[in-house]
Design a binder for this molecule. Sequence first.
Ligand code: ZN
Length: 363
Amino acid sequence: MIKNSASCKQRGVGWKSSGQLETRYSLMHNIPKTNQFVVAALYQFISVDDIELWQKKLKDICTSCDLMGTLLIADEGLNGTISGRCDDMHRFIDWLLEKTIFSAPELKFAVHETLPFHRMKVRLKREIVTMGAKGISPTRQAGTYVSPKDWNALISEPGVMVVDTRNDYEVAIGQFQGAVNPLTKTFREFPQWAEALAAMPEEERPKKLAMYCTGGIRCEKSTALMKNLGFEDVYHLKGGILQYLEDIPQEQSLWEGECFVFDSRVAVDHNLQRGQYALCHACKMPLNADEMKTQAYVAGISCPHCIDKTSAIQRARFAERARQIELAKQRGTTHIGVSPKISKSQKMTPKKVNRKIYKSEKS
Ligand SMILES: [Zn+2]
C-alpha cells in the first residue's frame, strides 16, 4: 500500500516532482529515505537516436540495481515506473542524471510497503504515451508550462478553454471547475476531438487553451498536438493535477472531486489521501460506495460494470485468485502467481465501458 503524502511529509518523504530548472542535487535529495520500497514515476520527452542501445543500457543498470517495473523507450523519450530499495534507487537516478541523455526527467517518488512490481521490463515503443497522431513532437512544440500557483488565475480568465486531456472514466470522478471533457475512452481518441475543435469557425474557436492531466505527460503531448493544429496560445499545468493538489491549499483550490491515480489508492482527495473509490479487480473500473453495495459487486470477482461480460468460469478463476491473494496476505507474502486474465477479446478495460457508464451516471 502506498503511503499517503501527508504522513510521508511528516517523516520528510513523499511525492516530489522536478523540472528542468531543478538541480541534480534537489532531484537526488527528493528520493525518500526509507527501509520500505521507493517507487519512482518518471518521464522525459527528448529525441532519442538509438533506442535499442538505451534499452540495453537501461536493462543492465536496472538489473544491477535490483529494480523492478516497466520502462518504455521511444524516439520521443522515456517513460515508466520502477521500484526498489532506497540505495538502489539512488544509484539508478544518479546514473540516469549523470550518464544519460535523460538528465532532466519529471520525477515523482512514493513509498510502498511491499515491492509493487515483480519483473523488470524495458520496452521499445512507437510512443512513450500512445496518442497515435503523426508528426507530433513535444520536444519542439509543447505548450507553455504554468505552475500550480499561477493556474487558478489562468483558468479564471474569460475566454480560456480549460481542457481535461484524461479519459472519461477519470474525468467522471473529479475535474477542474469549468473544464471541458472531450469524452475520450482512450488517449488515442484525443486527436479526433482536437481536430474537430480546430475545424470550428474562427469566431467560435477558443483563443487560449489551458490543458491538464494527472502528472503532466499526456498534456505535454496534447499541447504539442494543439500547436500543430494551429492553436497559438496553449498552456499546460506543470506537474499535473497531483502537483496542484500538493502545492495549493484546499481553501484556494479550484479542483472538484477526486483524482484518479494509477496505483493501489485508485483515487486521491485534495490532501492526496486515499479517496472513496475502490477498483474492481476484474475490470479495473473505479467503483463508488453505491456501486460496491450492489449485488453485482463481489470483491475481486465482479462489479456492476463487468458482471454481464464475464463467464462463470472466469469468475471462478477470479475467485480463486482472490483466495490466493488473501492467503498470501495472511502469510505476509505477496501473491505473484498466475494471473487469470480475461482473454483479450473479452477483456473489460475501463476504456471499453466507461462512456456508457458515466454518460448514464452524469445525465
Ligand atoms: Zn468490474
